[in-house]
Design a binder for this molecule. Structure first.
Ligand SMILES: NC(=O)c1ccc[n+]([C@@H]2O[C@H](COP(=O)([O-])OP(=O)(O)OC[C@H]3O[C@@H](n4cnc5c(N)ncnc54)[C@H](OP(=O)(O)O)[C@@H]3O)[C@@H](O)[C@H]2O)c1
Length: 344
């Protein structure tokens, strides 16, 4: 299968190269840029002698005629315009941005401060939380890859919400991300002097991932769910740790909850549940497609603490995008994604 990548010079695009260059079924047919045509290694010297393909201009007609799938590792707003150029052509599209994730175009306008794509496109787009939407993904041609924070939060909350073990009104999500989550474009907030030895909260109650998380939780719950969601920047390159606090409806203890998580995820190779008393750390998933989960129920407060970690560029972006592409083409879900975490 031939893959094209747009947004190649960004972090998500770079990670797609790392995965697809070793993929057993996909070959990277073409890589694209809005900038000057040059070998990828001129932009990413670590690829010298490994992947020297030349970046070329974005020509949707040519890409659709030549490739089987295109990955859009492009910013929100840009992806929406590009999708319109690929729709109805004979090519599958996986979009890493937020442009196709929200089904409610009004919500998109409110949170992204931009005009949404046409409703027809939103209706066609499949939300690609791989472990929970496999059926639709396998029949999809247009895929909205989930956001990094939503992936970690939703995988952590899904078992207890779908089993109706928790009060859905009580969900608090406290998330921390490494700086590659902000992409490769320079900004003051991601300067070394701002970030190093620092720990900052940002977009309090205003993060655009709030409606995405609420949309999926509401679907599972059968009625609307709102959440308190806080995001922080931590001085690491990769990794997200999401800690969730929820009120338990019944008297479930840690051991019973862990059994529920083990059972829910036993068929899902990329979700690993820690044993009682053990919690995952971001380095334990770095460079891999795993989402690792630990939890503890506090009988004193009746609250459950769930901890979920992912690599934002892998399970939070390029890794899950390839996992979804594998599912869309009927390949083994794990193809090209079996790399161990990079530790330490
Ligand atoms: N970073 C993460 O952890 C993460 C996680 C989940 C989802 N995402 C999403 O994935 C997408 C890519 O993120 P990223 O972190 O890789 O961003 P990034 O590092 O800023 O890279 C984005 C790339 O998009 C290309 N681009 C910019 N404007 C364009 C335009 N008008 N037309 C075509 N291409 C354009 C640029 O490539 P050229 O300059 O070469 O054209 C740029 O290198 C974003 O939508 C982001 O929200 C990122």
């Amino acid at each position: 299968m031939k893959a094209a990548i747009i947004g190649t010079t960004g972090y998500g695009g770079g990670e797609l190269i790392r995965i697809l260059n070793n993929h057993p079924f996909f070959t990277i047919h073409s890589v694209h840029t809005t900038r000057d045509e040059k070998p990828v290694s001129a932009e990413y010297p670590h690829l010298t002698g490994i992947f020297d393909k030349v970046l070329t201009k974005i020509d949707p007609d040519k890409i659709s005629a030549e490739a089987d799938i295109v990955f859009l590792a492009t910013p929100s707003r840009v992806s929406g315009d590009l999708v319109s150029a690929f729709i109805d052509k004979n090519i599958k599209v996986v979009d890493l941005s937020g442009d196709l994730r929200l089904k409610d175009s009004k919500a998109y306008r409110n949170w992204y401060k931009h005009e949404p794509v046409a409703d027809r496109i939103l209706n066609e787009a499949v939300y690609g939380l791989s472990e929970w939407n496999r059926g639709k993904i396998s029949n999809g041609t247009l895929l909205a890859n989930p956001g990094c924070y939503p992936t970690s939060a939703l995988l952590g909350l899904a078992p207890v919400l779908t089993e109706k073990v928790i009060d859905p009104k009580s969900i608090i999500i406290d998330a921390k991300s490494g700086v590659s989550g902000a992409g490769r474009s320079p900004s003051i907030g991601t300067l070394y002097a701002e970030l190093n030895e620092n720990f900052k909260i940002y977009k309090v109650n205003e993060h655009q991932h709030i409606p995405e998380i609420e949309q999926q939780l509401s679907l599972w719950n059968g009625e609307g769910v709102t959440v308190t969601f806080s995001t922080h920047l931590i001085p690491v390159t990769r990794g997200i740790m999401t800690t969730m606090y929820v009120n338990l409806k019944e008297d479930w203890n840690t051991s019973r909850l862990l059994d529920l998580y083990e059972e829910t995820y036993q068929q899902h190779p990329f979700v690993r549940v820690r044993k009682q008393g053990i919690f995952p750390a971001i380095k334990e998933v770095k460079g891999s497609n795993y989402c690792d989960i630990g939890l503890h129920a506090d009988s004193r407060t009746g609250r459950l603490t769930i901890v979920s970690v992912i690599d934002n560029l892998m399970k939070g972006a390029a890794g899950q995008a390839v996992q979804n592409a594998n599912i869309m083409f009927g390949m083994e879900e794990t193809a090209g994604l079996e790399m161990m975490p990079l530790y330490p």
